[in-house]
Design a binder for this molecule. Sequence first.
Ligand code: PLP
Length: 485
Amino acid sequence: MKYCSTRGGVKGVSFSEVLLSNYAPDGGLYVPENLPRIGRETLRSWAALGYQELLQEIFSLFVSPEELTPQEMQSIFEGVFDGFDAPDVLPVVKVGPVHVAEAWHGPTGVFKDLTLHVLARLSNHFLEKRGQRATILVSTTGDTGGTAIRSVQGMKNLRAIVAYPRRTVSRVQELQMTTTGSENAVVFSHDGISDDLDLILRNIFQDGELRKRHTLLSFNSIHTVRVLLNAVHFVYVYLRVAPEADQSVLVSVPTGGVGNAAGGVMAAEMGVPIKILSAVNENDVVHRAFTLGDFSIARAQIPTHAPSLDSNLPHNIERVFYFALNGDAAALKRVMEDFEQTQKSVLPGKICDSFRHFLTASVNKEQCLETMKSVWREFGYAVCPHTAVAWKPAAEYATSTSQNGDVGIGGETGPPAERCKVVVVFSTASPAKFPETLSLVSVPVPPAAWVTELAGKKERKLLLDKGGDWEGILRETIASSQGFL
Ligand SMILES: *Cc1c(COP(=O)(O)O)cnc(C)c1O
């Protein structure tokens, strides 16, 4: 299995190369040169597998045995989900009109636990083999940071440098980053929004000299292997609700950087009968792009109750475009370069019109809170604000007889009779992670051991204040060996 850039500039790249890099050299993102196909028979034969077993089956389609033997893979993945508080890792439960995939039973209460721990182990394995150390540089809206720090804990070949926006993360998220006591983590609290940091990180990553000398890695949602790993949980969830692989299923995904949704699109492209409903909030680049053909960033990022969705630059949309364009790298390159130069691009009609397994919807702040409230009132079930954003259009899709539901789901052209009968809400975070928002809507906060444990621990963080030279400070930290074990 080899990888190529979405923009067509590079081909024939190995798995380990992709694992230990970020953007492709031509500015694009890596994708498999040929997506493996998963037939219905194969799907059915996987229905009884546990999460780790399924991960291994699917992963062996993405990496050749010359690069990673089945034995190596087995030992890397062994016990990686032991810290989860659900024996089946990713339980799917029926609540009212939808199924809910509770993807947050990992040690930091967020679906990123399903991928980052695997990613860290894989990275450490290949670094050890090469005799290298690497730095994971993360700009987080809140969730990736804590999970990334936790995922590399104790690893000799990796350190994490994480920066988070102090004004918009929840207190639990902040404590998850600042109280780990991890020696191989350097944590910065900054005064801006996450997109500010994303731009700085993009500069740093584009400094090839620095990137090579210090082996900089990104665990952010553009990471190719993270997207591959995201594809795995869509297959797993599909098989929970359709073990016979005989029907198509809609999965509604709260969308920020589009890494998770891109994994879902990849699973669909591989032949799994799913449709992805990508649900955004007021930061609606994805929804505008696919409903109006208007791919442009908004004047400002809008802070909401679902901070992990507050992205004005959803980088993985490039991967979705790539699949929507059937891998037409030249057309994609035009769109992306136009966008990079003018922050605005008009999409070729075929992106919007012919991409049938990708729907979008946008849910505003009031609707998000109202949904949290009504799901609690009607079903006695607490959802986090991100999950609520995916819930609203999913429930409307499942119950409404009108064409597109009240929120105006974009991309669905068939009559209601042709719709997916099974609807899944992909629940990305534990409600216990967002006590402030739950109390706003009078939903009791479910107890979670890992939240109580955070209280009273010593915090450790460095500050990036307004007007400071943030890029300079980050570059200095990268050049130092601060944080390596
Ligand atoms: C990261 C995150 C998302 C968004 O995932 P993307 O892959 O960036 O689209 C949604 N919800 C929660 C709780 C998250 O932490």
